[in-house]
Design a protein around this ligand. Structure first.
Ligand SMILES: Nc1ncnc2c1ncn2[C@@H]1O[C@H](COP(=O)(O)OP(=O)(O)O)[C@@H](O)[C@H]1O
Ligand SMILES: [Mg+2]
Length: 275
């Protein structure tokens, strides 16, 4: 599967982190009452990372995912997605960035009910202006990658929940984004289908190198991720990536560790961490 030529947001792909959030806030103004859904969130998601965001209902997880997915903008702070500062982009540039860098998987699948699996998966490519024959070819390859080569012309109501979520994953990945965001991807699935969806996400992360950030209530799902970010009351309460780094002051790499240590994820996380 070849990556389609990037369009819209210009410039070569950067090699920095996939996502960088520094003191990000998001407040909702409900005509007089302000809800501070995110109150200063900082973290970095490196290229190819796999992280689970966990936390109680109302803690700001979906708000955060919408920001990471360029569906919304922070009220304040800095958020870079694929190296671009989202607050510096206008609406159409933000839409381009989202289309190119991010794939989104929702709890409720969000497939077009009247469209076949192929047409659902090809949709992000349609927005990019990819020609029909190439759309079909890439959509088919993406569906095969999630084990749905035998369901190409099925419509959502002709598929199980697990299959529908796999179509949604194929759609999220068809444009070869750098980041896959999944908000409770197993929330509407039974145990077996949920486990299959998790297995596919892990395989795509390992084989295609797409960074995965998923939100989950399920401790078993969270426990399978290499990194857990715990959110509470709009703040990061705990981030296991910060605990995994070697002891010592921030930025103080072990002697002789060389340049690789300077780029070690933990150093960045600490630099952007809230006091
Ligand atoms: N569109 C919105 N308008 C107003 N308040 C919102 C909106 N979306 C979320 N909130 C509020 O922001 C807080 C965080 O919500 P959310 O991000 O959905 O949390 P979670 O996904 O962790 O359950 C909650 O208090 C919620 O009521
Ligand atoms: Mg939510």
């Amino acid at each position: 599967m070849t990556a389609p030529a990037p369009s819209g947001v210009d410039g070569p792909a950067t090699s920095g982190p996939a996502i960088e959030a520094v003191d990000v806030t998001r407040s909702y103004d409900l005509g007089g009452t302000v809800v501070d859904a995110l109150q200063g969130v900082s973290f970095v998601v490196e290229e190819g990372e796999y992280a689970a965001i966990v936390g109680p209902s109302g803690s700001g997880k979906s708000t955060l995912m919408h920001l990471l997915g360029c569906l919304d903008r922070p009220t304040s702070g800095v958020l870079r997605v694929g190296g671009r500062d989202v607050l510096e982009l206008d609406d159409s540039e933000l839409a381009d960035l989202r289309n190119r860098e991010v794939g989104f998987v929702f709890q409720s699948f969000q497939l077009l009910p009247r469209s076949t699996a192929l047409d659902n998966v090809g949709l992000p490519l349609l927005y990019r202006g990819t020609k029909r024959a190439e759309r079909r070819e890439l959509a088919e390859a993406s569906l095969r990658a999630v084990g749905l080569g035998h369901r190409l012309t099925h419509r959502p109501n002709q598929m199980s929940g697990g299959e529908q979520q796999r179509v949604a994953i194929a759609r999220a990945l068809v444009g070869r984004p750098r980041i896959l965001l999944a908000d409770e991807p197993t929330g509407n699935l039974d145990t077996r289908n949920g486990a299959e969806v998790m297995r596919i996400l892990e395989e795509l992360n390992a084989e295609q190198g797409v960074a995965v950030v998923l939100v989950t209530h399920d401790d078993e799902v969270a426990g399978r991720a290499r990194r857990q970010v715990r959110v509470r009351d709009g703040r990061v309460e705990r981030d296991t990536a910060l605990e995994a780094r070697p002891a010592g002051p921030a930025g103080d790499a072990p002697a002789g560790a060389g340049p690789a240590a300077a780029g070690e994820p933990g150093a960045r996380h600490v630099a952007g961490q809230q006091a």
